[in-house]
Structure formats: structure tokens, C-alpha cells
Design a binder for this molecule. Structure first.
Ligand code: SF4
Length: 527
């Protein structure tokens, strides 16, 4: 079996879903080969870009190898200007390379001028004309070479982001045409969301042999004629992934301890709207897995992928630290108002927590069913700062219960807590097409396409997307305290690279030791 991670998604860490599948196949003795077509494809395009026709592209091309090297060691993360230039130059080369294919291409972006990843007819068109895809020169050679060497009976694609969809279908179309005997399976987060839409009808019949919703381990094993026992646990396997080649100063180890969300109450949440149930790996198994994987791969960072890490898992990690720095999403729970809990997290290696605050207005939070008390959130932010854990705070504007007054309260909350907030993510609310609120709202098609996951709605307070955008651009982002937080955000890689900036800063505070010292020195020794 060959498992493919298609372009385009941020090339900073190995694909966790594919590693999980490898773990399951390995456990049952099924031979597999992984192709990170995203990393290989992006590097292929960067290294074979046509002759530059303008000064910026020519300078970017001249510095290509230096930029790649600087993102793969600590150099770029030490100087903000250097990091920004490296990322922007790489994006420039990619965008110029793909221009003739009518694609806006970047390190985390793939937008076709005409074809939409939310329209099945457009995905089928991408499959019919793989030669038009800018990655064709790469996969048109690589896939036949791999198929000749591996002779797979099944090829599985893991499709998680919209930016991967058109390339995935171009590759599927190519394989279907040139290798009609191979079975093609398609799964991943985006496919799951499509298949959980109400009234789903498979538009890819005849092109894709197996569409998989939800975790892919059991369906893939069944395809190989194996019936897994329901309680098997599979530790992800990164052995066949090029974990040292990603755009990071060392290997990042993504690990998911659960699927779904233990809270599962937020009214706007796609997880809840899709009805994804919550499954968690037992905490002692998680800490064992992490210790084993850290010992094996020596990562510079662990990325916990859970929608929300449970307080009990945080406790378990504090008691059994994985031996490498880590970060992930957590909720503002009462546990974080205990300074000792935060300190123990820090000592276990936690460098950053991503926290969905969404709003600085209590009535909005209550109507979203976030389960957040703003006074507790305020204490939590203060405790995390004192413990030395950075925060990446997520805000959501334009929710049904928010208006200008409430949005200004969010602004005030952020300004009041500016010293405790490392990074900010601002988003405008999209209503899930099958969310619980849809039936109470006047809705219309928001993003034209039969695979669209969201719908637009008439905001009950008249707080339209256009007004929200105006508020964000003219008021919120212009506040000096907020502007200074936003400037810190790593372009393109955002929260994936933010921990490196934090680790670097901590290292400089301790006297400027470099590289691995930044990871292991000082407070990390408290593990
Ligand atoms: S905490 Fe996050 S994942 Fe969980 S229900 Fe709320 S929005 Fe969804």
C-alpha cells in the first residue's frame, strides 16, 4: 500500500494522519510506503522555478538555498526580519512558478482562478486534466517510479485541507488514467466533513474506489483483508517519513491523543455539527507513546493535535513529562487558575497553549456555550505568563450574538491582557451548514459549491461580515497594543512556528545559547 499526503499544506511537520495509518498497518504486518508529495512537490517547484523576470523573484531565487537552510535551523527564528524574508521569498518563487497554471500558489495556499475545491464538478475537471496542475511535472514522474518499485494494490490519499483538494484530484485522475488496475482510497478530515453533510451523495463514484469518513485505520485494514479487533491501539509510525526535512529547526512530532472533543458544546463548532464522537487514548498510553517516540526521533517539539487537551491528560503529562517541549490546544478551564498546575505544565515542557477565547464579552461566550468565565480566563492568562508559558489566543468575530458593542469589549479584554498574550488569531464566523443554529436563521449559499461546509446568514444584529471586517481593519488591528501582538505572528506558518520564536526568546533570556540548548537548557531540566 502507498499512502500519499498531497500538496498543499504547511510543510513544517510530518502528516499525523498518515503516520497513524502507518502505525495501524505496521501493527498488522502490512507493508506500506509513504509519499509526502506536499513536501517533495513544493521543494521540486522551488528548485526548478523558471528564469525570474523581476527583481524580487530573482533575489528570492538567488537566496533560495540560504532561506531553506535558515528555516531548517534556528537561524531564521532568531531574527524576525530574516524569518519574514525567507518565508515571503519562498512564497514569491512558488507564486511565480504556478502563475502560468492560473494558480495562486504559496507554502500553505492553492487557489485556482476558476476551479473551486468546494465544487465536485471542478474537482472532477482537475482529475480529467492533471497536466494542467503545476505539480504535474513532479507527480507525473514520481508516481510511476514509485508504483513500479512498490507494485501497490491500494493507494490511499489523506485529504485534510481545501488547499489540497484540487491537487489530490489531479493526482487521482492521473493514476486512474495511467494505472487503472490500482485501487484508490480517499479519506482525511475534509473528506469526513463532506461525507457528514446532510443529504451527502458521492459525486466521485467511478473515480475513487473507496471514500472513507472518520478514522481511516479500520477501513484501510479491511481493504487489506484484515479485521481489526475494536480495541487495538496504534502508536503513530514516522519511520518512513522524512522527519528531518521539514521547514523547522528539527523534527516536530505531531501526536493526537483523541478524536472529537471532550467538551463538544460550542454552538459554532464544526466537530459538533458533524456529530464526530469523542474517543481518547488512555492517558498512560499517551505518555508511554510520547516517551517512546521522543526517544526514537529526538524531536525539537511535540505538537499535540487534540481539539482540546483534557486537564487530566495535562496532569498525566506533568507527572510523566515526554522529554521534549510541547504545545497544543487547551480550553480555559478552572485548572489554569491554579498557579501550581501551570507551573507543573511548564516544567513538563509546555512552551505554548493555544486557547479559544473567541470573545471578551460574557453574554456572547454564554450564548456560544463556550463554558468560559472571563474572570477565570483573566486569572489563567496571568498564571500562564508567570509560569513562562506563551499563549496563542483565538478570537471569533461576527457570531450571531455579537454586535459592535460586544466586539469592542473583546478589544478591551485583549488590551487589558496584552502582557499575557503571545499571539492572536482573528477569524470571522462561518456558520456550519448543518450546525444547530441554522434552523433559527435566515440562510443562503455562502460559498458556492455542493461541497461547501458553511452557509451565510442574516445577522440578527445587522453585524454583517462587511461591518466586522471594517471593525477589524479600522479599529481592532489598529490599536497599538493589538498591532504589536499581531506583528509577532509568524507569516504563513503562524501557530506551527510560534513555539520556536518563544523557545528562542527564552534561550536569549538565559544568555543566548543556541540550537538544542534552547530546547533543553534551564527550566526544561526540571523535567
Ligand atoms: S472546545 Fe473547540 S473543538 Fe471543542 S466544542 Fe468547543 S470549538 Fe469545538
Amino acid at each position: 500500500m502507498i499512502l500519499i499526503h498531497p500538496p498543499v499544506s504547511k510543510p513544517c511537520e510530518p502528516p499525523a494522519g498518515v503516520a497513524k495509518l502507518c502505525g495501524a498497518l505496521d501493527h498488522h504486518g502490512v507493508k506500506q510506503r509513504v509519499l509526502d508529495a506536499n513536501l517533495e512537490g513544493l521543494l521540486g517547484l522551488l528548485n526548478t522555478s523558471p528564469a525570474p523576470s523581476d527583481i524580487w523573484t530573482s533575489r528570492a531565487t538567488r537566496h533560495l538555498s540560504r532561506h531553506l537552510a535558515s528555516l531548517r535551523c534556528w537561524t531564521a527564528y532568531q531574527v524576525e526580519g530574516r524569518y519574514h524574508r525567507a518565508v515571503k521569498d519562498l512564497n514569491r518563487i512558488l507564486s511565480m512558478t504556478a502563475r502560468s497554471s492560473r494558480v495562486r500558489l504559496g507554502l500553505a495556499n492553492y487557489e485556482h482562478e476558476e476551479l473551486s475545491p468546494a465544487r465536485s464538478t471542478d474537482l472532477l475537471r482537475a482529475a480529467e486534466t492533471p497536466e494542467n496542475n503545476p505539480f504535474y511535472p513532479y507527480f507525473g514522474n514520481r508516481l510511476p517510479e514509485l508504483l513500479r518499485a512498490q507494485q501497490p494494490s491500494v493507494i490511499g490519499f489523506s485529504l485534510n485541507y481545501l488547499s489540497q483538494a484540487l491537487c489530490t484530484f489531479a493526482m487521482i485522475g492521473f493514476l486512474r488514467r495511467d494505472f487503472p488496475g490500482v485501487k484508490l482510497a480517499l479519506g482525511g478530515g475534509l473528506v469526513t466533513s463532506w461525507m457528514r453533510r446532510p443529504h451527502w451523495k458521492n459525486p466521485f463514484d467511478g473515480l475513487v474506489d473507496h471514500l472513507v469518513a472518520g478514522p481511516g485505520e479500520s477501513p484501510l485494514l479491511s481493504l487489506m483483508g484484515i479485521t481489526p479487533s475494536g480495541d487495538d491501539h496504534y502508536t503513530p509510525n514516522y519511520d518512513t517519513l522524512p522527519i528531518r526535512d521539514y521547514f523547522a529547526p528539527g523534527p516536530i512530532l505531531p501526536y493526537s491523543s483523541s478524536s472529537g472533543c471532550y467538551w463538544n458544546k460550542c454552538s459554532f463548532c464544526p466537530e459538533r455539527a458533524e456529530g464526530n464522537s469523542y474517543h481518547a487514548v488512555p492517558a498512560d498510553q499517551v505518555t508511554d507513546d510520547l516517551l517512546h517516540l521522543v526517544h526514537k526521533h529526538k524531536p525539537v517539539l511535540i505538537h499535540l493535535l487534540d481539539n482540546a487537551i483534557t486537564p487530566s491528560l495535562m496532569n498525566a503529562i506533568s507527572e510523566h513529562p515526554p522529554g521534549a517541549p510541547w504545545y497544543g490546544f487547551a480550553r480555559f478551564t478552572r485548572h489554569l487558575i491554579d498557579p501550581d498546575f501551570c507551573l507543573a505544565l511548564k516544567q513538563s515542557g509546555c512552551v505554548m497553549l493555544k486557547l479559544g477565547l473567541e470573545s471578551g464579552d460574557q453574554t456572547v461566550l454564554d450564548s456560544l456555550q463556550k463554558g468560559i468565565n472571563l474572570e477565570e480566563a483573566s486569572l489563567a492568562l496571568g498564571n500562564l505568563r508567570k509560569a513562562g508559558i506563551s499563549t496563542y489566543v483565538y478570537l471569533l468575530f461576527g457570531t450571531p450574538s455579537e454586535g459592535l458593542i460586544e466586539a469592542r469589549r473583546t478589544l478591551e479584554f485583549i488590551v487589558e491582557h496584552q502582557d499575557c498574550i503571545g499571539f492572536l488569531n482573528l477569524a470571522i464566523f462561518n456558520m456550519p451548514i448543518h450546525g444547530p443554529e441554522v434552523e433559527h436563521m435566515e440562510t443562503k449559499t455562502f460559498y458556492e459549491g455542493d461541497l461547501s461546509l458553511y452557509t451565510s446568514f442574516d445577522h440578527p444584529k445587522g453585524w454583517s461580515r462587511q461591518l466586522v471586517r471594517q471593525f477589524l481593519d479600522k479599529e481592532f488591528k489598529r490599536h497599538p497594543a493589538i498591532a504589536s501582538i499581531l506583528r509577532r505572528d509568524p507569516p504563513v506558518f503562524t501557530s506551527n512556528h510560534a513555539p520556536f520564536l518563544v523557545m528562542n526568546k527564552a534561550s536569549r533570556r538565559r544568555g543566548g545559547k543556541g540550537r538544542e540548548d534552547a530546547v533543553w537548557d534551564g527550566e526544561m531540566r526540571g523535567i
